[in-house]
Design a protein around this ligand. Structure first.
Ligand code: PMP
Length: 449
């Protein structure tokens, strides 16, 4: 499959093929156990399609977990990375300087929310960005406690894992992780411990959560002057694509400000146009003091970053650092990604096609009682499968069957939360391609019931 053939590509599948079987067998012999969920062996990615080792062509509604937001192998980013490949690959930012790293930082400062002076710290992944953000907050405030949210995912290394609270398997055998993180309920409008219908009564849900933090945490046993930061995802990702009520973060910000606690937002999954704005926090009208980034930041070249208020910058050199952060290839990809996002207007397309996708998903919901909830922002959407719409009891078995059947019909999907499927196509997707995917999803649901 060549770049010129991009137009007119359609799903073509008869999986799993013989080559795929061979590689999956080798994978199991050589690689440590990880989290593979589908037997797809990718070979070539083009735009919104993926070709596997047997020549099957899939429509990719997973975007490499919200990484390939410009589609696979964007030609402009490819050219810029190739250009950099011939100049220099690595010149450690721990000790030296490069122009590309400065340009990447400047690009990030320009597109992230907050009309104040900022500084950027580069990492190589989402979890490392969270680790760095923890140190930024501790170092700036001189405090050691944090507040995180139930249902959150922030990574799997010891510091970020201590905030992650979306599945027991993430913690099995690993407790205790970093001490000092108190978890509070997230204002999940669909399922929350307060039994409030957050779609009908968003204010009641928000008040309950804010009151919980203030009354039961800060006034009961966690001294606010010991809290270094509140860390939240603007839309919970791995926890099920949970969109809180629109005034939640403004209220949280007020609470944080009243106690002088920094607000830290993890935009690793929700950032870079995914939700129909450049960053999801913009939907909620807040400017976080610290933002963690990774995934789509460099279109698939490993990179992460922490963008912080200038005054939160490390007070002296040596407090935190790493060898590869701001690597030249990654920095070139980051600069090119942001330029290409602007040129192709993908943020606008995410809002526009996201609205269309949402409409198509709601049509599926009216057709199938098993879909209890449709939720999301822009092209960050999910459908949640239930045994009974009234009780909202999760139906993970049906969800898994739908993903499996969709795969056999040529559509790549990922699960999220206990019973949802996330639908996160590349932001360059067209309406016709959404229709192509919805048709498969519809068939897959029918086959799975
Ligand atoms: N934060 C969020 C919100 C994420 O969704 C993820 C990954 N799914 C991470 C952090 C961790 O990123 P990484 O896998 O690059 O460590």
């Amino acid at each position: 499959m060549m770049q010129e053939e991009l137009n007119g590509i359609k799903i073509k599948v008869t999986p799993p093929g013989p080559e795929a079987k061979k590689i999956i067998d080798m994978n199991d012999r050589y690689l440590a156990r990880s989290t593979q969920s589908l037997p797809v062996v990718g070979k070539i990615g083009r735009g919104v399609y993926v070709e596997d080792v047997d020549g099957n062509v899939y429509l990719d509604f997973s975007s490499g977990i919200s990484v390939t937001n410009l589609g696979h192998v964007d030609p402009y980013v490819t050219a810029k990375v190739e250009d950099q490949l011939h100049k220099m690959w690595h010149f450690p930012g721990t000790d030296f300087y490069t122009e590309m790293q400065v340009l990447a930082a400047k690009s990030l400062i320009e597109v992230t929310p907050g009309k104040f002076e900022k500084r950027v710290f580069f990492t190589n992944s989402g979890t490392e960005s969270v680790e760095a953000a923890i140190k930024v907050a501790k170092s700036y405030t001189g405090r050691g406690m944090f507040i995180g949210f139930i249902g959150a995912f922030h990574g799997r290394t010891q510091g970020s894992l201590s905030f992650t609270a979306s599945k027991p398997i993430h913690h099995r055998g690993f407790f205790p992780s970093m001490p000092g993180v108190e978890h509070v309920p997230y204002p999940n409008p669909y399922r929350n411990p307060f039994g409030i219908d957050g779609y009908e009564n968003p204010d009641e849900l928000v008040n309950r959560v804010i009151d919980y933090i203030e009354t039961y945490l800060l006034k009961t046993y966690v001294p606010p002057e010991d809290v270094a930061g509140i860390l939240a995802e603007p839309v919970q990702g791995e926890g099920g694509y949970i969109v809180p009520p629109m005034n939640f973060f403004r209220e949280l910000r007020k609470l944080a400000d009243s106690y002088n606690i920094p607000l830290m937002m993890d935009e690793v999954q929700s950032g870079f146009g995914r939700t129909g704005k450049f960053f999801a926090s913009e939907h909620f009208g807040v400017e976080p003091d610290v933002i963690t980034l990774a995934k789509a930041i460099a279109s698939g070249i490993p990179m992460g970053a922490v963008v912080m208020r200038k005054e939160m910058n490390f007070k002296e050199s040596g407090l935190h650092s790493n060898t590869f952060g701001g690597n030249l290839i990654a920095s070139a990809a980051c600069v090119a990604t942001i330029e290409e996002m602007k040129k192709l207007n993908v943020v606008e397309n995410s809002a526009k096609q996201g609205a269309y996708l949402r409409k198509r998903l709601e049509e599926l919901q009216s057709k199938y009682d098993a879909i209890g909830d449709v939720r999301g922002l822009g092209l960050m959407q999910a459908i949640d499968f239930v045994k009974d719409r009234r009780t909202k009891e999760p139906n993970s078995k049906l969800r898994n069957a739908v993903i499996d059947n969709a795969f056999r019909l040529g559509l790549i999907l990922l699960s999220t939360g206990s019973s949802a499927i996330r639908i996160i196509p590349p932001l360059i997707i067209t309406q016709d391609q959404i229709d192509e995917g919805i048709e498969v999803l519809d068939k897959a649901i029918k086959q799975s019931l």
